[in-house]
Design a protein around this ligand. Structure first.
Ligand code: GMT
Length: 387
């Protein structure tokens, strides 16, 4: 099949899923085009069989690379739309699949306005704040709901987010939940461990995010300090973003500033995760939490807020521990008890590795492929009204 994928060029999970899907579909023999803006597109160096269209977005200039650029100018939108129309006109597309509804659901609509009945099958995958933020925004939500309802198929990344999208957009039926996936050849456990944790080193905790308010990094900082006050441990901060200054200020005023390492934006997250004993995530909401899956695949138990789709990724008490939003004392207790109990940590590590296998890219991408084939065939069989 000829497949077009629309996605952001950010470090965020939706771009990593979109590019991973493009790579896997090309590997299955499909002709895949990916349409993205200027920016640090994930996996760009691993997409030899994918036709990558990088459309200049003047509005993206000067933005922090961790920013999800959603406020596109009319000119940028037109330039992006024209490129997709050009590909459809020159070689045709069977499927047009967007990842993250803003602005791509509107791009799909403007293409449909031009092509009418010759429009490819449109699949929309809702990833996160396109539902929980934009969907609830009175200025955008109603229009977005209307445009989404004209997509042929909607999918999202967890049952929890499917339920939220149904409520927020007043959908007649929930989007199909197809979980995010992981490349286990990239995210794999360390082979150097002796089973009782990294030899001769104190426990290491990591937080990985784009340090936006939705990740609540300031709470993460306070939970780490509560843990550090009770046991010897260090913190690796991976990523960066708008809340980083506030996080630095919290640590600077603490007694444990020297136990925090700022690693910044990194393309080697997998190798860093292999050196870590616990991932700490404090998101206010998450449709899935791709980084939790990546950590588990690297053998790292996850301590996270029990929000959104996270319980569909992290099995509480088995592959990690989930705490209610705001219960920071419980979070610290959980971390101290696990990091002070090597056999329990080893068991959780093994369970995490096993659990991550269920989300391997080879298995999940087949679900998307089957959906494309089933719906593309159905749309060709639909009776065409002859006027
Ligand atoms: O939705 C966002 O704010 C950004 C988006 C992204 O592009 O990273 O994150 C969402 O999509 C990821 C991939 O499906 C999920 O793993 C994240 O949980 C989700 N973020 C939120 O729901 C806050």
């Amino acid at each position: 099949m000829h497949i077009g994928i629309m996605c952001h060029a950010s470090y965020g999970g939706s771009a990593r899923i979109a590019t991973g899907l493009a790579i896997a579909l090309a590997g299955l023999g499909h002709r895949v085009h990916i349409f993205t803006g200027t920016g640090p597109l994930a996996n760009r160096d691993r997409m030899p069989d994918v036709v990558v269209h990088t459309i200049t977005l003047d509005g993206a200039k000067g933005l922090h690379p961790a920013t999800l650029h959603t406020d596109w100018s009319a000119e940028d939108l037109q330039r992006y739309t024209d490129r997709i129309l050009q590909v459809i006109n020159t070689e045709g597309l069977d499927v047009l699949h967007f990842h993250y509804a803003i602005p791509f659901a509107f791009v799909a609509q403007s293409i449909r306005d031009v092509l009418g009945k010759t429009m490819p099958l449109v699949i929309g995958t809702l990833h996160g704040t396109d539902v929980s933020n934009f969907g609830r925004d009175p200025m955008i939500g109603p229009r977005l709901a209307q445009v989404l309802k004209s997509s042929d198929v909607l999918t999202t990344v967890s049952e929890s987010h499917a339920q939220l999208a149904t409520e927020v957009f007043g959908l007649a039926e929930p989007p199909r939940a197809i979980p995010n996936f992981i490349d286990l050849s990239k995210f794999r456990p360390s082979t150097h461990w002796d089973g009782d944790g990294r030899p001769g080193s104190r426990p290491r905790i990591a937080h990985v995010s784009n340090f936006r308010p939705v990740k609540d990094p300031q709470t993460m900082a306070r939970i780490f300090l509560a843990i550090r006050a009770r046991i010897e441990t260090e913190l690796w901060l991976i990523g960066s973003g708008e809340e980083m200054d506030a996080v630095r200020s919290i640590f600077r005023k603490s007694a444990f500033e020297d136990d925090v390492v700022y690693l910044g934006l990194r393309s080697d997250v997998a190798s860093l995760l292999r050196q870590v004993d616990l991932l700490l995530m404090t998101s206010l909401h998450e449709s899935f939490s791709l980084v939790a899956l990546e950590a588990m695949a690297c053998g790292v138990p996850v301590l996270a807020t029990r929000v959104g789709g996270v319980p569909e990724v992290v099995i509480h008490g088995s592959t990690g521990m989930l705490f209610p939003l705001g219960d920071h004392a419980l979070a610290a207790d959980m971390a101290v008890s696990l990091l002070s109990n090597p056999p329990a940590h080893r068991a959780m590590r093994q369970a995490a590795i096993q659990h991550a296998v269920k989300f391997r890219v080879e298995r999940i991408v087949r679900k998307y492929e089957a959906l494309y084939k089933r719906r593309a065939k159905a749309s060709r069989l639909e009776p065409v009204t002859i006027y």
